[in-house]
Design a protein around this ligand. Structure first.
Ligand code: ATP
Ligand code: MG
Length: 762
């Protein structure tokens, strides 16, 4: 086939061209963010096609997400100047492995129509196996085993290959249960996610004929975001490329952010060993970001040890410095960002106007999204959440909301159905049918139907007792709705605590559980912006209705992890506070590993920005209605002074940016106002003030030096005997602000709000 003109090559710099034109043999493109790795990889595919080296179905190209795969296909089409018919092997590791496994299912003991279990199914299956072995699944939960098995699968270890050193896993039963689980999956003609790769790798290892067929078929192998491959993925690539060695991997060790999912940066180093003589291409010119943004990112990542080390430069105009701003709390941060985005649409501070599509908010943890979603809905800024459900659509939030709805409106049958057996109360289908029947017969809401069923002894055993408790609790909580002595935040906490819902997630050992607990805390926090539960519930139904926003122009909200590979002209990076970012978990870990991964995330975040990068933090966050003062992230200190401009928060200096800015008005009583004032005394504020002082900025107009102990002082001391209306007698074993941890004689240890406890001299 005669080569057509090649305009796609003209767009590349010499180093990129080198990576594109050197089609044979192993190539490793190792380069920092925004240097055009993905662009070069795409051009390479075009070049292979254009020069007739391969047909579309002979190229194996791996991207990190399905979205990235779609975009790459489109771009290949555009560069080639014709739509390409099918590149069936351009996709994620998983999507490609599903196809391969369906073709050879019988070699893995499966039929080609096997099903792929989701995490819930996986857990359910493991739980059955654990129970069948008479293992206490409270102490040894299925989710823990799932984590162990996933880890083995990420390392391509079948049960027979798990090293002896790990035989202690899961109380010495891990390997055996893993083997049983694999057998059970086979019996069910099913796989889990981890199996997709594991089975294909195993088939390749044990059937050289099959492997040989694909080695010949895939004439060229290309991999983007190579730094985030795990061992199983690496083995798979190595097997496929072992014959012709036409493999091109692109990556950036500084952007390796999936260590927690088994990714191994070491794969980059291993590449040169496994493919001796690999041609290594280094790209240093960054085409994405301004010099200030690049300098900030480079300075932060410099804090990591053992980097391969890369310099980046750009020809772009200076542009804006990285903007840094501190707020007094998270709500104000969201309010400010909302207003700032509105100003940016019009053009502000000498900058051009930005479309909403050009703006992204990147958060460390998904619970941070709530404040922005609420705020944007209130002021009517369209947004989309990328890579996950929106806050109020999350399972734990819907569960909690169902409790609130049921408490506020006892006739809300949908809510009742959702909560009746969540957490598990031993109420199966039969019990629920009985409740439905009673409700129908007496023409009453389900909760009343449940009461009748219980009163008439229609539901026996443990389930009956638990249901009686639930019905009583719902009645009691319902009466508290109008109790002037209690805020709706306190009521919400009581409902979540006493129903056992919070405990359910506390006992859950899955990797998602901590995130779900964070989201629940965030939900309680959201309540503070409303007068009562009803007002809040109305707000949420409006939020959900707003789903139908049909504007093309939307702000993108996503986690830093989901932002990998993407770019936006204006990026907001909120919540740069120790404990949030870097995460508490990474700070608690011994050693630097966790912290270094967080720092790479910071690097990924900053380098998503093309023109404007705005980093912010809050001096206070509310956690369960309590103020917690926050320190700015250590990464804030790592930003280079010369490339950062500290903006003035409108609330503190009384000024503000135009009419839209307003000083937040605390809705609560005097304590809350005091708490806010004290926020200005937090170490975070002092550091920010020190920084802005260095730049000769004005000091606050009012002095806000009052130091007041925020914590409501409880009148109990450790060891006190107390009585609680629901849990009975017990002893105080812990005090946290207005919450007590009590070891109840009958109910075990629980956290309760101090005001619902009375002293007892029993
Ligand atoms: P990341 O590490 O974040 O994935 P990357 O190295 O993959 O970044 P790309 O996304 O390929 O970088 O490119 C970044 C931006 O630079 C894109 O907008 C791309 O179009 C542009 N770009 C890349 N190479 C060139 C070039 N030679 N000339 C002009 N623009 C380029
Ligand atoms: Mg890329």
């Amino acid at each position: 086939m005669a080569a057509r003109p090649v305009p796609y090559l003209d767009d590349l710099n010499p180093a990129q061209r080198d990576a594109v034109e050197r089609m044979d043999g192993p190539v490793l493109m190792l380069a920092g963010a925004g240097t055009g790795k993905t662009k070069a990889l795409t051009a390479r595919i075009v070049h292979l096609l254009n020069t007739g080296r391969a047909r579309p179905n002979e190229i194996l190209a791996v991207t990190f997400t399905n979205k990235a795969a779609r975009e790459m296909k489109e771009r290949v089409g555009r560069m080639l100047g014709q739509s390409i018919e099918g590149m069936p092997w351009l996709g994620t590791f998983h999507s490609i492995c599903v196809k391969l496994l369906r073709r050879h299912a019988e070699l893995a003991g499966l039929k080609s129509n096997f099903t792929i279990l989701d995490t819930d199914d996986q857990i359910r299956l493991l739980k059955q196996l654990i129970r069948a072995e008479n293992i206490d699944d409270k102490r040894w939960p299925a989710r823990m085993l799932a984590g162990i098995i996933d880890d083995w699968k990420n390392r391509a270890l079948t049960p027979g290959k798990v090293p002896v050193a790990e035989s202690g896993a899961f109380n010495h039963r891990g390997i055996e249960l893993y083997a049983r689980y694999q057998q059970r999956l086979k019996d069910l003609n099913a796989t889990d996610f981890g199996d997709l790769l594991l089975h294909v790798v195993t088939i390749f290892q044990t059937h050289p004929d099959v492997l040989g067929q694909y080695q010949r078929w895939f004439r060229y192998v290309l991999v983007d975001e190579y730094q985030d491959t795990n061992i199983a993925q690496y083995l798979w690539l190595r097997l496929l490329a072992a014959g012709h060695k036409n493999i091109c991997c692109v990556g950036d060790d500084d952007q390796s952010i999936y260590g927690w999912r088994g990714a191994e940066v070491g794969n980059i180093l291993r590449f040169e060993q496994d493919f001796p003589g690999a041609h290594v291409v280094r790209l240093e010119q960054n085409y994405r970001s301004t010099p200030h943004i690049l300098a900030a990112a480079s300075n932060v990542i410099r804090g990591n040890e053992g980097r391969l080390g890369k310099e980046l430069w750009t020809e772009a105009e200076e542009g804006e410095k990285v903007r840094l701003i501190g707020h007094w709390d998270g709500e104000e941060e969201a309010r400010w960002i909302g207003e700032e985005i509105e100003s940016m649409q019009r053009g502000t501070r000498g900058m051009r106007g930005y479309d909403l599509n050009e703006v992204a908010i990147l958060v460390r943890a998904s619970h941070q999204m709530r404040a922005f979603e609420d705020r944007f809905l209130t002021i009517g800024l369209p947004y989309r959440v990328i890579g996950g459900p929106r806050f109020y659509e999350r399972m734990e939030i819907r569960d909690a909301m169902a409790y609130f709805r049921q408490v506020v409106s006892p006739e809300d049958d949908l809510a009742f159905e959702r909560i009746v057996n969540t957490p598990k109360r031993g109420l199966g289908d039969k019990a629920q049918q009985t409740i439905q029947a009673m409700a129908r017969e007496h023409a009453v809401p389900l909760v009343e139907g449940a009461r009748i069923a219980v009163d008439n002894g229609l539901i026996k055993g443990k389930g009956g007792g638990a249901l009686r408790q639930l019905v009583e609790d719902l009645g009691r909580w319902g009466r508290l709705v109008n109790d002037a002595g209690m805020t709706h935040m306190e009521l919400a906490e009581i409902v979540l605590d006493e129903s056992g819902y919070t405990t359910m997630w506390q006992n859950d050992k899955s990797p998602e559980a901590p995130g779900r607990l964070e989201n629940l805390k965030e939900l309680v926090k959201a309540l503070e912006n409303f007068e009562n539960l009803q007002g809040f519930l109305e707000h949420v139904s409006l939020v959900m209705d707003n789903d139908k926003q049909d504007s093309d122009q939307k702000i993108s909200i996503m986690t830093l992890h989901a932002a990998k590979g993407l770019e936006f002209p204006s990026v907001f990076l909120p919540g740069w506070e120790d404990g949030l970012f870097p995460s508490q978990r990474s700070m608690d870990e011994s050693g630097q590993k966790g912290l270094e991964e967080e720092r790479r995330l910071a690097y990924v975040g900053i380098t998503r920005a093309e023109e404007v990068c705005t980093i912010s933090f809050a001096g206070n966050r509310r956690v369960f209605g309590q103020w917690q003062s926050q320190l700015p992230s250590r990464f804030v200190d790592e930003l280079p002074e010369d490339h950062v401009e500290v903006l003035t928060p409108p609330g503190l200096y009384g000024g503000g940016y135009g009419a839209a800015a307003q000083t937040p008005q605390p809705r609560g009583g005097i304590e809350e106002r005091v708490a806010k004032a004290d926020g200005y005394n937090s170490p975070g504020w002092k550091r920010l003030q020190a920084r802005s002082g260095q730049r000769g900025m004005s000091q606050p107009k009012e002095s806000r030096n009052t130091v007041i102990d925020l914590e409501a002082v409880s009148s109990f001391t450790l060891g006190d005997r107390v009585f609680h209306q629901k849990f009975g007698y017990g002893a105080v074993v812990g005090i946290e602000g207005d919450k007590l941890e009590i070891d109840f004689d009958k109910a075990g240890t629980k956290k309760v709000v101090a005001r619902f406890v009375s002293s007892s001299d029993d």
